[in-house]
Structure formats: C-alpha cells, structure tokens
Design a protein around this ligand. Sequence first.
Ligand code: PMP
Length: 408
Amino acid sequence: MNYDAFFAEKLAQLCAEGRYRVFANLERSAGSFPKAILRHEGPAGEFVAREVTIWCSNDYLGMGQHPSVLAAMHESIDRVGAGAGGTRNISGTCVYHVELEQELAALHAKDAALLFTSGYVANETTLSTLGKHLPDCVIFSDALNHASMIQGIINSGAEKRVFRHNDAAHLRELLAQVEPGRAKLVAFESVYSMDGDISPIKEICDVAAEFGAMTYLDEVHAVGMYGPTGAGVAEQAGLAHRIDVIEGTLGKAFGLVGGYIAASKHLVDFIRSYAPGFIFTTAMCPVVAAGALASVRHLRNSNVERDGQQRMAAETKRRLLAAGIPVMDSNTHIVPVMVGDPVQTKRITDELLERHNIYVQPINYPTVPRGTERLRLTPSPLHTTEDLDHLVASLTEIWGRLQLRKAA
Ligand code: PMP
C-alpha cells in the first residue's frame, strides 16, 4: 500500500469539503487580550505581522492574562521550577496539585477533586473507567455530548443508549427499558458549547434518581462563568448536590489548561486508583496548577468578570440581530451566528480576517451537524464598544455583499 498517497487523499477530501483546518499563528500579548498579533505569509511570500481582534477565544474571561494568575505563575516557577518530574504516583505530586484539588472540591461543595492533564482526558478516562468497572453498566448519553465523553463511553465497552438532546422524557423511556439490577450512569453537559443552550439539570436528575442511576455532568463551558462563586450551572440552580460527578476544565474560563472531576471521597479515590489516563501520565506542570489556583480563587470571590462577560454577550446578540445577522437563540455567553454551508462559513471568516482584522474560526462538521455550519462568537468582558461596533459593521458589510441569509 502507498501509505502517503492514502493520507494525501484523506486530506484532499477535507479540502474539497471546505473542512481542512489551518492554524493561525496568533501571538497573544500579556495584558492586551482580545488583541493579538497574527503572523503569516503575504501574497509575495513576505512575512506579515498585524494586530487582530479575537472573537472566538475560550479564555472567556481573559483570566489567561489576569495579573493575579501571572504573578502566581512567576512565583511558583521561581519556587519549584518548570516540570512536575513524574506521574502523580511517582514523584510528580506537589503542593500546588494538592491545594488546587482542595480548592476545586470546595468550589463544587464535594468531598474531593482530581486533576487531569486536560478536560478531554478527564472525561475520557473517568467515563471509560466507570463504564468498565461498574457491574453490567449501561451509560445514557445526551445526543450532543462532547467527543471526549463519547470516546470515554466507547472505550469503556459498556452498553450505550443515546437520549435525544436535553430530552428528559426520552431519557426516562430508555431507563425504563433496562433491567433494574444493572448499574446505570447518565452523562450530559450543562452548557452545550456549539448551540449555547443549557440542559434541564433538575429534570434529568429526577429521572436518574427514579431509576437509581448515577449522574455525570460536564460543566466545562460553565465553570468560572455561572453561579455565585463560579462553580457552574449546577451551583446556580442549587443542584450541585444532586450530581455525582462534576467534570470541569482549567482551560476555558480559568484561562490555563487541565481538567478535573469533583465527587465523593470514594469515587475520586477509585478513579485515582483505577483510571489509566490519570495513573500513567506525567502530572500537570506545577506552574499551571499554581496559575489555576489563583484563577479559581479569584473567580470564587469576584463576579466582575462574569457579569461583564454576560453584558457583552447580550449586547453582541442584540446588535447583531438588529443588523439582520442570524444569531441562534442561546441563553448563555456563547453567540452562534448561523451560516449553514462550510464553504460560505470559511469565506466569511477569511474575509473577516483579511479585510477587517477580526479573527473567528469557522465551525464545521463534525464539530456541528452538516448544514448547521456557523461562526461561534465568544464575547469577553475585555471587548470594548469599539470592538463590537467594528464586528457588527464588518459582518453587516460581508452579509450584504455575499447576499447571505438574513435573520427572520
Ligand atoms: N467537554 C466539552 C463540552 C468541551 O467542549 C471540551 C473542549 N472543547 C472538553 C470537554 C475538553 O476540555 P479541554 O479543552 O480541557 O480538553
């Protein structure tokens, strides 16, 4: 077999569908988020560097550049150096990991928490370990769950039943079909990142309780963002105590990288002791844990950033809709602008970048279903009114010139 020709053919397929991903070489400069320097090759092969405004960052609150986070990271690197030095079990655990786990457990009002190198790993290894070891387990998964949850469920080898998105009645139907003696786990998210909608946590918990199922909630897009102390939507709704496992990331609102679960003492100790994705990998760099600790502590005590973000998100939706740009009705901080075609979506984002110095990544299949391609805007508290004026004017100009579908 000609392996290289095979790879080239697969890549050509992606290009033909307008789905080939190109990295943008974006240099964020500390203290100036959401502005960044974009480096690229010009038309004659020359080197170009220019300032752009980022409208699609998952550093939702700009905490990746917050002075308290940067100071904590400087201090920790001077104190303990760069790397962790090993897996958590073999010389890799340090004071920052321990303190961060205690802080995250307190944030979610759970007995314990456990760190992973990413939210992806947290989901994949926790779900695969639970599904593998719980006796004769069935996992019930929301139809729009993130790839990391889906992969964990597949890798567990457990039976999987998919319930219609946010449909507690369908979940109930599926639960009722399973023999009462089997272990059951319901896996879902609080804020769905592509549509920006919120799950009916209470209804899902009620149904799960009725059938004795465990609940597993991915709050990746909600931690730091919702609730009086930034613990997420479950906290905001007063329902955290009804969730068995809360999973979160340190990579979005907290501004760094890493994932975690918060749960009962025994569940966390079980995952710590059985999950390959925790046991067999080098611990997170202490400097990252130190920065995350500062970020979590800051957002537990300050609503300034999340309130500012909510205001900017609401204003962005209002202004875009007023200009006839089709914004999906979302009640969260995420602003999906619907296009419905991968080639057009790419064209819009190319034009935003080339002609207006606005950086937005196109969102295509398989991240969203075909025909629902979109721009996913994430306004931050650090975007200014001038940034928003410029975004609205630029999109209005592109929408008019390309004669794109307007909001109803
Ligand atoms: N869960 C959801 C819902 C996500 O959207 C993502 C990442 N986009 C993850 C988990 C993975 O988190 P991380 O980026 O920390 O790996």
